[in-house]
Design a protein around this ligand. Structure first.
Ligand SMILES: [Zn+2]
Length: 137
């Protein structure tokens, strides 16, 4: 039974989470300045345009660790069994301007380092929800 908070789908992020549920990455892209807008929102973070649409990135997503935090303290219910939690910011290989935050799975905290190659996996947390996470490539 998955006890952690499940990300809520909103009008702005629904295509992102729907894609995650089918193990695919979708990114929001600004039609005005052509920047990728991640995390998704109602307007482009760069130019403020609301002309945004969605672009599939497929299901083979790789990147490198841009920064990370190792958390030894359970700050949310449901996380106490698997400490420490490693939260990583990953720069995508094919879109260097996009950075995606997630948990690094199956990695001892002493091995994590900036620049480490990683790939996205999708953790099925309920029958119909999945979360993008990262493992060593
Ligand atoms: Zn823009």
């Amino acid at each position: 039974m998955y006890q952690k908070p499940i990300p809520l789908k909103t009008q702005d992020n629904q295509p992102y989470w729907d894609a995650a549920d089918r193990h695919e990455l979708m990114l929001q892209k600004c039609q005005t300045c052509h920047a990728y807008n991640h995390p998704p929102g109602p307007a482009c973070a760069k130019c403020g345009s609301t002309e945004l649409n969605w672009e599939s990135q497929g299901c083979h997503i790789t990147g490198t660790i841009y920064s990370y935090v190792v958390s030894y303290r359970p700050f949310l219910p449901g996380f106490q069994d698997e400490l420490p939690t490693i939260i990583v910011v990953v720069q995508l290989d094919h879109l260097q301007e996009v950075k995606i935050i997630g948990n690094m799975l199956d990695c001892p905290p002493e091995e994590i380092k900036i620049g480490m190659p990683v790939k996205m996996i999708w953790q099925d947390i309920t029958e119909d929800r999945a979360l993008p996470q990262w493992i060593q490539a």
